[in-house]
Design a binder for this molecule. Structure first.
Ligand code: DX5
Ligand code: ZN
Length: 217
């Protein structure tokens, strides 16, 4: 499988959101990554439903919604209704993770679980076969533009080992500090979805950077 690119609109210009979504529509991006932060699970607040709906109105690509919020099960239906195709919840905030994953799937969405940098991959051993996607955080969630954590490579190998036999189609997404400098190494470590915020939107030519990320191997 060729890897997918999911630029994060957290790094877009919110005063020109339509322009930046159109840029992604015209680019080689596969998904549009949408970061939702609640100021409780993470020490930052991003944006909510009106902004997702505005992105959805213009987007020609699936919305990959990353919920950095406590009690995500309370809002899953609302995120689906706002336009989410993929919904990823954090392992650290889901005491009934199996139920939450089933809820996402029953709505017809791709179900993902994200792991913080300190959460071991083997915590997913008894749910890996139920998942469509695992998101490995390569920074502490809450902010764009942070420094990539090197232990991520080992965790990507761990996800690949855990899933390769029983769930070979699993999407393995890496999020935080991803750019053209580390894309190849991440893909070789097992990632097949690259999220990129600042490396795309702070570059002189975002569409060209997306193409570079897409052609990494
Ligand atoms: C961080 C978010 C990321 C963020 C990535 O909490 O989950 O998706 O937008 O931004 P960069 O690529 O700038 O690290
Ligand atoms: Zn994210």
């Amino acid at each position: 499988m060729h890897h997918l690119i999911a630029p994060s609109i957290l790094a877009a210009d919110f005063g020109n959101l339509q322009r930046d979504v159109e840029l992604l529509n015209q680019s080689k991006a596969d998904w549009i990554h949408v970061d939702i932060m609640d100021g409780r699970f993470v020490p930052n607040i991003s944006f909510g439903f009106p902004v997702i709906e505005a992105v959805k109105k213009h987007a020609k690509k699936p919305l990959d919604v990353h919920l950095m919020i406590v009690e995500p099960e309370r809002y899953i239906k609302a995120f689906k209704d706002a336009g989410a195709s993929n919904i990823t919840v954090h392992f650290e905030v889901c005491p009934n993770l199996h139920r939450t994953v089933q809820m996402i799937k029953e709505l017809g969405c791709t179900a993902g679980v994200a792991l913080n940098p300190h959460t071991p991959v083997n915590m997913l051993a008894d749910i890996i076969n139920d998942l469509d996607l695992v998101l490995i955080m390569s920074v502490n969630p809450g902010f764009g533009g942070q420094h990539f954590i090197e232990n991520t490579y080992k965790k990507l190998h761990d996800v690949r080992s855990l899933s390769s036999f029983s769930n070979p189609n699993l999407l393995i997404e890496v999020d935080g500090g991803v750019g053209v400098n580390n894309a190849s190494r991440l893909i070789n470590a097992g990632a097949n979805v690259l999220v990129a915020g600042n490396s795309v939107f702070s570059s002189a030519d975002p569409a060209a950077t997306i193409s570079q990320l897409k052609s990494a191997e």
